[in-house]
Design a protein around this ligand. Structure first.
Ligand code: ARG
Length: 285
């Protein structure tokens, strides 16, 4: 049966979770970006950049702010809390001890907000929406990065538990250790990605499922500026920085780019997308 057309005055606003950066700093090294940056951030600058991101997102979405926890400096990277699908929340199981303390806080937050908790087996590492990204076109196809943080075994577990199709993508470059650092599904099936971050079989899988006209590949100079770590809300794409070439390709595809400087977070290996988690991810989004 055809979906009824919503009245034109009805607007569905995306919902985005962000976790305040009160305790953010680089205090250990668990990815190559953090090397040389321990105690190299300031709370003024990181708060200012996060506020700018929150204000920009709030013009296009409802922002929910999660309270942070002292002693968990990476908790501000909300994407890693877990994976949201409809009313289900799959909590992360972090690979590194430094982040495992976040798990209980995130789970409690989602329980408190009425989500059903769907647990993965205890021995499977999975870093949430940092490594698991729904296709914006179909809404039931999940791309899952593995090889650095999440285990390949998480793919089959997610497929079974959520009744979705999961396409595992093997990450090959340690700088792009989470899928959301090098791959970004956009509206209408467009896909922004850095090909060199994937092994050959994964690249072939992307090319099999994303038609050539919808592939927006980025070059290394954009990839290292976290251009793929973008927040897509409708036709708006919010990211740290894009070269003029990438900007014109995105604009030609009908997207409007907004740059928000997030260099303080790049010292920790994250940028716009890592700092957010979509709360309204569902079979129809
Ligand atoms: N320092 C954090 C880590 O290494 C950064 C996480 C970035 N998050 C993301 N979704 N890519 O875990």
């Amino acid at each position: 049966m055809a979906e009824p057309t919503p009245p034109i005055f009805e607007r569905t606003v995306p919902r985005v979770l962000m976790c305040a950066p009160t305790y953010f700093e680089v205090s250990y090294v668990i990815n190559p970006w953090m090397t040389g940056h321990v105690h190299d951030t300031t709370s003024e600058r990181s708060q200012r950049q996060w506020d700018a991101l929150r204000e920009t997102i709030a013009r296009h979405a409802d922002v929910v702010v999660q309270p942070p926890t002292e002693g968990l400096p990476d908790m501000t990277f909300a994407a890693n809390a877990g994976l949201v699908f409809g009313n289900c929340f799959v909590p992360s199981r972090f690979r590194y001890a430094q982040r495992q303390g976040e798990e209980a806080h995130d789970k409690a937050f989602f329980v408190q907000h009425g989500f059903d908790i769907v647990e993965l087996p205890e021995d499977v590492f999975f870093e949430g929406a940092g490594d698991a990204l729904f296709d914006r076109g179909t809404g039931r196809r999940l791309w899952m990065g593995h090889g650095h943080r999440s285990d390949l075994a998480a793919a089959a577990e997610l497929a079974k538990r959520l009744d979705i199709e999961v396409f595992p993508l093997k990450l090959a470059d340690p700088r792009f250790y989470h899928l959301d650092t090098c791959f970004c599904p956009l509206a209408d099936g467009y896909t922004l990605y850095f090909p060199a971050a994937f092994d050959a079989a994964s690249l072939a899988l992307i090319e099999r499922h994303v038609p050539p006209g919808l592939r927006i590949t980025v070059q290394e100079h954009d990839a290292v500026e976290f251009a793929c770590n973008a927040v897509n809300l409708g036709r708006v794409v919010i990211l740290n920085r894009a070269s003029p070439g990438l900007r014109s390709r995105l604009e030609a595809a009908g997207f409007m780019l907004i740059e928000v400087a997030l260099d303080e977070y790049m010292k920790s290996g994250g940028a716009a997308k890592c700092l957010t988690l979509r709360l309204d991810e569902s079979a129809s989004s």
